[in-house]
Design a protein around this ligand. Sequence first.
Ligand code: HEC
Ligand code: HEC
Ligand code: HEC
Ligand code: HEC
Length: 149
Amino acid sequence: MKKGKLMLCLAVMAAITLSATLLTFAAQQPPETITIKPSIWKKLTMPPVTFSHKKHVTEDKIACNQCHMVYKDGKNVWKEGDPVEKCDKCHNEPTTQQEYKLTPEQKKLNLKLAFHNLCLSCHRKVKAKNPTANAPIVCNGCHKPVAAK
Ligand code: HEC
Ligand code: HEC
Ligand code: HEC
Ligand code: HEC
């Protein structure tokens, strides 16, 4: 192979690798803000919660695997680049008025509890350190009433 051709070949290969990397990266980019409406809930009893990746990831530098997970042998092995599943793919135990009757396993896999345990446990820690932090712990701080139409 002539030197020119080899260089061209290498350049093409580099371009392919780069675009593949960029594509994988783009696929992993979280949406800036999302309104969380899990499909296992036919209707919500509270106003839906809007969550900001921009705030949590970009501003507060919280690692993806604080919230995204895949468990193997009791450890969260999810790492950046892995596909992100909706919480209700795994946490699919229905909401109940009688949470005290749930087994520890059901509690872990209860969808409402999963959200509250994740969001609220961190916000409580944040508030304990800094009482003026804007990390809501009251219902309507997250379940913002929607303006009547
Ligand atoms: C503080 C918690 C938190 C952090 C940190 C976080 N996410 Fe999320 N992310 C969520 C929640 C909650 C959802 C909505 C899940 C649902 O609807 O079941 C979500 C949804 C997503 C989705 C969309 C999934 C879909 O099917 O709609 C992607 C992609 C995603 N996150 C990627 C990331 C990446 C990449 C990072 C790190 C750079 C990250 N997230 C960090 C909480 C978080
Ligand atoms: C691929 C499956 C899967 C996905 C997707 C998933 N989880 Fe989990 N999650 C689990 C499993 C399994 C456990 C229990 C781990 C253990 O046994 O300690 C768990 C544990 C938890 C816990 C700790 C529960 C406790 O009481 O100790 C919280 C909180 C949680 N998940 C919230 C979420 C949220 C919120 C989402 C979506 C952003 C999510 N999970 C997505 C499988 C998943
Ligand atoms: C690991 C810690 C952590 C987790 C988990 C977490 N947050 Fe936060 N959250 C924060 C911090 C830190 C702030 C910002 C406090 C400040 O800037 O004063 C915040 C701020 C917020 C705010 C107010 C700012 C805004 O975006 O309007 C909302 C709403 C919010 N979080 C919702 C959620 C929801 C919903 C979840 C669960 C899906 C969640 N958070 C999970 C740490 C966390
Ligand atoms: C830190 C944020 C946060 C706070 C504070 C919070 N929640 Fe939630 N809650 C969520 C998220 C996230 C979901 C799941 C996504 C959704 O419902 O839009 C949820 C889901 C629910 C659900 C199941 C879905 C439905 O609408 O029926 C109920 C019920 C609920 N919350 C009640 C409450 C009550 C009552 C309070 C106050 C005692 C409260 N929440 C405080 C974040 C929060």
